[in-house]
Design a protein around this ligand. Structure first.
Ligand code: CA
Length: 229
């Protein structure tokens, strides 16, 4: 086994899930429904959702933003982990996917805490900034189109409180940050070289960004935690 490469041991992933995953029934059903969608690869794995729920509890988050909602699994994880007076801005452009999300949010009784914004996320984030909400969010999850990752990161840093946390998804991009050839054919159309380069560039930038404390985790598809100083 190479250092840190848990997936190289057979059945290690199953062991991790068997011995740590506490997925609620509603989350489990949402995940099953999402698995039938042709874009299901965009679904975060359940252990990542559980990590995010733990992170918002650790930092006592009450105000969060999610950039890229898809069918709402991670928003649901985070919302369920926060108190009843929490508030989440959920940004996406797909009505079809967010309709699935809304159904499960309502069922889990967190829908009133979630403000879904169906618009390009950069526009939504700029509106929040123009509305005077800079420095008022505790936690932001970036998981949308990779071409805008740097924009999302910069806008998130403005909206985040000092000590707040940005979680960035897909920072390893199925290995393509190291070698574009590692992407399978189906993903190649969705992730042209220019998009892969955006993720590489942001990874390099964050490594040298003194505005944040960081940790890049080689779990799921690679997650970077960046805490605003
Ligand atoms: Ca993702």
């Amino acid at each position: 086994m190479k250092k840190g490469k848990l997936d190289l041991i057979d059945n290690m992933y199953e062991y991790v899930l068997d011995n740590s995953l506490r997925e609620s029934d509603v989350l489990s059903r949402l995940r099953s429904e999402t698995e039938k969608d042709p874009s299901a690869i965009m679904q975060i794995p359940p252990e990542q959702g559980q990590l995010m729920a733990l992170l918002v509890k650790l930092i006592g988050a009450k105000r969060t933003i999610e950039i890229g909602v898809y069918t709402g699994y991670s928003v649901l994880c985070v919302s369920q982990a926060m108190p009843s007076d929490s508030y989440t801005v959920a940004c996406d452009v797909s009505e079809e996917w967010s309709d699935i999300a809304k159904r499960y949010w309502k069922e889990a009784d967190v829908d009133k805490k979630i403000d879904l914004k169906l618009a390009p996320a950069t526009e939504t984030l700029e509106l929040l900034i123009n509305d005077g909400q800079s420095g008022s969010y505790d936690f932001i999850f970036i998981d949308a189109d990779k071409d805008n990752y740097d924009n999302y990161y910069e806008l998130s840093l403005k909206l985040l409180k000092k000590g707040g946390l940005i979680v960035i998804d897909n920072v390893l991009l199925f290995g393509s940050v190291i070698d574009s050839e590692l992407l399978d054919k189906k993903l190649r159309d969705k992730l042209p070289e220019s998009s892969i380069q955006c993720v590489r560039d942001l990874n390099t930038k964050i490594k040298n960004d003194n505005r944040v404390d960081i940790s890049m985790l080689p779990i799921a598809d690679g997650i970077t935690l960046a805490r605003k100083k």
